[in-house]
Structure formats: C-alpha cells, structure tokens
Write a protein that binds this ligand. Structure first.
Ligand code: EPZ
Length: 422
C-alpha cells in the first residue's frame, strides 16, 4: 500500500486547479441508467471512486468510456442486462447505492446490497427506503440485499425526508423524473451536488423546480433523452486546498473556486483571521502574517459547515491561537483523525460528538494512519506545517477523493512525495 511523505515547514505559493466534484459525479453517473440515449460528463475528476462507479455501471450492461485522461466520461445504457449491485462493490463505496433509484425507474426492479457500516458510521438506508416506498416501490431486505420492485409502476407523491439525506434526495429525485404525476420532496438536501444533478436531469428532459431548496417539485415524464453536462467544481477539494496556505503559510490561488460554494466554511476562515479574495480565476487565500485564531465549528447539512471539511479544519485549528470546540452532528464517528493528530503533538480531547482542540505552537512529523478519505487529507495538511517528516500510510483512502494530490501540493512548494509499496 502506498504512503505519502510530507516534510513540513515550507510556505506555499502558486495556483492549485480544483477538479470536478466527486460527490456530484457519483450521482450524475447513475443518471445514465434513466435513459437509453448517451450521457456525457465533462470536467470529471480522476479518482478511484469514479473508476469503481464505472465498473458498477458496466456490470449492469452500461457502456462507460473514459476519455481525455478521465476528464470526460461517455456513457450509454442502451442495453442494460443486470439489476444487481453486488456487496463487494457497494461495501467499498456507499455511493453505489445511487443505482437503486435509477434501476427501479428504468427496469421496475433493483437488487442493491446494503452498504454495511464504514469507518465514519453505520450509514443505514432507511430514509432511501421510506422515500422510494412513498413513490410506489416495494422494498424488502433479504440476505443483506435490498430487493426493490414496483408492480403497480412508480407514481408521484409527497416524500417528507426525516433527515435531509444527500443520497436519499438524489435517489428520490432520479426516480421522480420518470414516475407518473407530480412528486414533492420535503426537507430535501440542498447541497450544490443536488443542484448539479437536477441541472443535468433537466438537460435530459426532466421537469424539476426548487433544487437547492428544501422543497423540490418534480413533474414525471415518459422518458429522458441524452445530454452532455459539466460536473460542478468540488467544494470539498476547494475547502481542503484553501486550508493548505493557512496551515503552511504563504498564498495560494484555488483555480475554479467560487465563494458561493464554500460560504459557511469561508466565514469560519475569515473569523479565524484568514484573508480570502475572489479573483477572476478563483479564490486567493493567504494567512496574513498572523497565526489563525481558534474558532468553534458545528457541522450541519448544507448550507451549514460541511462535515466533509471538519477533519481538515481540525488540522488547521491544532496550531491556531486559543481553544476551539468542534461538534460533529452528521456522522456518529468522524473524529478518527484526532488520535493521529495527537501523535503529531496536537492537544485534542474527544467526548462523543465533540472535540476540544487547544492550539499548540508546532506539530511534529510522525508516521500516521489514514482511516477514511477526509481524515487522510487532514493528516497531509497537518504534515505541511509539522516539524520534520510525516508519513501517511494507507493512502488508498486519499486516492478515492483527491486527484494528483502530491502533484498539486508539490507545484505550490510543498515537500511531498508518494512512496509506492508492493
Ligand atoms: C453524502 O453521503 C456524501 N457522499 C458524503 O461524503 C457526505 O459526508 C454526506 O453526503 C453528508 O454531506 C456522496 O455524496 C457520495 P447522507 P450520503 O445520506 O448521501 C444518515 C465524502 O467524504 N442516514 O446525507 O451517504 C447517515 O448515517 C463522503 O466525500 C440515515 O440515517 O450522506 C448520516 O449520519 C463521506 N439513513 C447522515 O444521515 C439513511 O437512509 C447523512 O447521510 C441515509 C442517511
């Protein structure tokens, strides 16, 4: 398994290009199942999760071609020959559950493995099941698989999500585009990835009002046609790289970044004393000489502070001036980066869903273990400022969500390299 070595203490300077959003692309790709005409995605990120989704779609009979080094994904689901998402794929990537809705809408049936737990939490599917059932699906759990079918056909209806689940909103949205009649989703997730999916589905002929708000109304249509869609910029990669100059010092311009994608996060950075300037090309971030101030963080559904940036923010707060309290309200176990940061000299106390971080002068490099995608990148960020060498092991977690991370950080002056191990 590869590891990444970071030698800290070098301020950063230059530009980092931000890729298309992993979490948008993982919802956009299953949308190809809704139509027998080609769907092409541009500005796609080059990530292992995208390859996993491609493999899953191909296993269902879809044609998926990766063009221009992976930046373009050309798909066609003209002839599907399967309706099953196997456990060995779904357990590796929970987003595989996003084929449930499209398969049900297109074929009238689907067999999708329950994802099982993952490092950050149990991650059940109850909200997906309740929502699709409200639209005419009959779903039962057998041998660890969700067996979904619709004998009477999918009908529009009112779906009130008990929690604004991103995935459940996406599955429901995709089913509703082909259900008979009108669907209203209440308490829908409002993430930019939902808006991006709705924009793509609209290009395919869907009739959707209110994506990005808590109430989305969808008028079902008989069929969807092909389209070409550019994946929205990845706000989590953006927020991650905005923190790099804050932690390491210097100034970095994140190309393609827009404040609107990261407003709650940017407000917190401004509160910590970080200077953020929106330029024609993106977002310029610099630590204006001062050590950042400690700030408190509570993760919320969008437009609140994103849970996917909590670990990265904690890495920055380890050397901020003062004490910060971080409350994780979305997942039940998303502080696994904390003990690894403590190995680097951070002063962090975790009690349940709350972590208290007391700023220290400097972190010290150490061998640390990546446990999940965002925890991994928080350790890389911490290594940028730590004295000496940090070795992050099991970086396959990292490769799921960050393309070419050592090249992107190396290009702005970080001393970072990948060590390939058999
Ligand atoms: C999406 O996961 C993202 N993944 C996650 O990003 C992100 O952390 C999460 O949304 C929250 O923003 C993709 O988009 C591929 P949820 P998703 O359904 O859809 C509970 C990353 O690092 N829940 O909004 O699975 C669930 O257990 C990943 O890129 C139920 O209880 O998230 C969790 O506690 C990690 N029942 C909370 O809701 C359900 O049926 C949020 O889950 C569904 C969810």
């Amino acid at each position: 398994m590869d590891s990444i070595l970071v030698r800290g203490g070098k301020p950063l300077s230059g530009q980092i290009p931000i890729a298309g959003a992993k979490n948008a692309c993982l919802a956009l790709m299953p949308a190809t199942l809704l139509s027998d005409e080609p769907l092409t995605l541009t500005n796609a990120p080059r990530l292992s999760d995208i390859k996993t989704m491609s493999t899953l779609l191909q296993s269902l009979g879809a044609e998926v071609s990766s063009l221009q080094g992976g930046k373009v994904i050309a798909m066609s689901s003209h002839s599907l020959n399967g309706d099953r998402a196997d456990y060995d794929i779904v357990r590796k990537m929970r987003a595989s559950n996003l084929v449930l809705g499209p398969l049900l809408a297109r074929l009238g049936e689907a067999v999708v493995s329950l994802p099982g737990g993952c490092a950050i939490g149990a991650r059940p599917m109850d909200i997906h099941i309740d929502a699709l059932t409200a639209l005419g699906a009959e779903i039962e759990l057998k041998d660890g698989y969700l067996h979904a079918k619709t004998s009477g056909g999918l009908k529009g209806g009112r779906v009130a999500l008990r929690f604004a689940s991103v995935g459940a909103t996406e599955n429901t949205l995709m089913v509703a585009t082909l259900a008979k009649g009108t669907t209203v989703i209440e308490n829908a997730a409002r993430e930019p990835e939902i808006v991006d999916l709705a924009e793509c589905l609209t290009k395919m002929g869907a009739r959707i009002e209110g994506a990005g708000e808590s109430r989305i109304e969808i008028e079902g249509v008989d069929s969807l046609h092909g389209a070409t869609h550019s994946v929205v910029t990845d706000r989590i990669e953006l927020g991650t790289f905005m923190l790099a100059p804050v932690i390491a010092g210097g100034e970095v311009e994140c190309l393609g970044g827009r404040l609107g994608l990261v407003s709650a996060f940017a407000e917190k950075l401004a509160e910590a004393g970080v200077e953020i300037t929106e330029t024609a090309a993106g977002l310029k971030v610099r630590r204006n000489g001062e050590i950042p101030r400690a700030v408190d963080v509570v993760t919320e559904v969008y437009p609140g502070f994103p849970t996917d940036l909590q670990a990265q923010m904690m890495a920055m707060l380890c050397t901020a001036r003062g004490t910060s309290v971080l409350e994780e309200r979305i997942f039940e176990n998303r502080f696994m980066h904390a003990p690894e940061l403590v190995r680097m000299g951070a002063d962090i106390e975790v009690h349940g869903g709350t972590a208290t971080v007391r700023g220290v002068d400097r972190l010290r490099g150490a061998p640390v273990m990546a446990t999940d995608l965002r925890a991994s990148v928080s350790l890389i960020l911490a290594g940028l400022a730590a004295e000496g060498e940090t070795r992050v092991n099991r970086v396959y977690h990292l490769d799921r969500g960050y393309e070419f991370i050592e090249q992107k950080l190396g290009a702005v002056g970080a001393d970072i390299e990948r060590v390939r191990e058999e």
